[in-house]
Design a binder for this molecule. Structure first.
Ligand code: IMP
Length: 431
């Protein structure tokens, strides 16, 4: 298998960054195809911490190309600040290492402003967005009024589109939300200067990727968010505004499904969620807090405490259905050490009836009660294990049970933040 998709099998924050970082060694190119700077990957390399919101974490591997494709919504200020930080730490010496699609939609200040005021207005019905302007930017894309990266380098077109957009956005901001308007001249000049700086990176990324693939290059597609935050397949409306599932990465990159060799779903050994929405296995007790603390479950984008709960097998089975997973990368297994027993949700009870699948409607999902299977926990710390056989027997049983319940082989196990704290059972690039 040459071209591999790595995506989230839960509600995001599964630890995709580390998995992508490990697989990058076997790929030539890493591409991001969906979402924007609502994502956040934290990586620890030789004790140093790196947080990325837009640029694929593969950028830390010298000689690998990183691509931000058409499906990503780009906040140019954030992208440029990531570029600057990388350069100041002696990475990205060659601009050719990073390519950005000319067709990627741009997040503008009015998207961010609208995201914020809208959430405020929703009060306790809010989605709990990352307030980065993601939803409003995708809305403009679908409404066919969006501004794309190529527009930033064309002053006349940018001025015309920005003026048109601001007329409506400022009307809404001022008259409907009672918020401050966005100034046209300063926004225009700011974005023209972003365009100047981004120009060397802008290309036709679909053409680039397909040519490279035809030449024999291996591409790793880095998903953002998770399956259950997908605009079509997630817990709507408590979702993000893009297709986070495997098909979304094809549309988002202009690389056809027949060119994809495999899909790896990343799932934590438990589960977390940020923002609102159904979460049947959520823990509100000391055990949940213990997991939150041990797993440092605080958002790398917003710093919000993540909601924590037991592993939900129907959630991952669903991810397998819509993405056809070739393997699961199970992360943060070490976080569960020290718990006397661990629980796994094997099904739900909805209105007194046992259901094996994730309910389709929000109200049913909100009313779903988890059916648990309880297993013996383990006291041992796991972070020194390098082979599956190094894990305590109880831990091995837990992993095997998750494989049975999800119907997917667990091909990688992460037991710590460092690269070497990983057990690779099967490498999709070598399968
Ligand atoms: P938005 O993507 O900022 O519009 O947020 C929509 C929903 O997706 C909210 O519940 C967010 O908390 C969630 N979300 C967005 N990005 C991420 C992520 O990278 N990890 C986890 N949740 C996310």
């Amino acid at each position: 298998m040459k071209n591999i998709i790595v995506l989230g099998a839960q509600w995001g924050d599964e630890g995709k960054g580390k998995v992508v970082d490990i697989y990058t060694e076997f790929a030539d190119i890493v591409a991001r195809a969906t979402g924007g700077n609502n994502a956040g990957h934290t990586l620890v390399v030789r004790g140093e911490k790196y947080i990325f919101h837009l640029i694929p974490s593969g950028i830390l591997h010298r000689g690998k190309k990183c691509v931000i494709t058409n499906g990503v919504v780009v906040d140019p200020k954030v992208l440029l600040s990531e570029i600057d930080k990388l350069k100041s730490r002696d990475y990205l010496k060659d601009d050719d290492q990073l390519r950005v699609s000319s067709l990627a939609h741009i997040i503008l200040p009015y998207h961010i402003a609208l995201d914020r005021v809208r959430e405020e207005k929703l009060g306790n019905r809010k989605i709990g967005t990352t307030a980065r302007g993601i939803g409003p930017c995708y809305e403009d894309k679908v409404a066919r009024t969006g501004i794309r990266a190529c527009d930033l380098v064309d002053p006349d077109i940018l001025a015309e589109k920005l003026r048109d957009n601001l007329e409506l956005k400022n009307f809404l901001l001022k008259n409907y939300y009672g918020a401050e308007e966005i100034d046209f001249p300063s926004t225009l000049s700011e974005h023209l200067s972003y365009g100047e700086r981004l120009k060397p990176y802008l290309i036709d990324t679909s053409l680039f990727l397909n040519e490279e693939i035809n030449r024999g290059a291996k591409v790793l597609f880095e998903g953002a968010q998770g399956t259950h935050l997908d605009i079509d397949h997630g817990t709507y409306p408590f979702v993000t505004s893009s297709n986070t599932t495997a098909g979304g990465l094809c549309t988002g990159s202009g690389v056809a499904p027949t060119k994809i060799g495999g899909v790896i779903g990343v799932a934590k050994a438990y589960i977390t969620r940020v923002g609102s929405g159904p979460f049947p296995t959520e823990l509100f007790d000391d055990e949940g807090q213990k997991i939150r603390d041990r797993g440092c479950e605080y958002g790398s984008t917003t710093g919000r405490p993540r909601r924590c709960g037991w592993f939900d097998a129907p959630v991952v089975r669903y991810a397998n259905r819509v993405n056809a997973l070739n393997g699961i990368a199970l992360t943060k297994l070490d976080v569960l050490s020290g718990l006397p027993r661990v629980k796994v949700c094997v099904a739900y009870e909805v209105g007194g009836v046992r259901r094996e699948e994730v309910p389709l409607t929000l109200s049913e999902f909100e009313g779903a009660r988890p059916v648990y299977e309880e297993m013996e926990g383990w006291k041992e710390e796991l972070s020194d294990a390098r082979e599956f056989g190094d894990l305590p027997k109880t831990t091995q049983r837990y992993v095997r049970r998750l494989e049975e319940l999800t119907g997917v082989e667990i091909s990688m196990i992460s037991i710590g933040a460092e690269r070497n704290q990983t057990i690779i059972r099967k490498n999709p690039f070598r399968a």
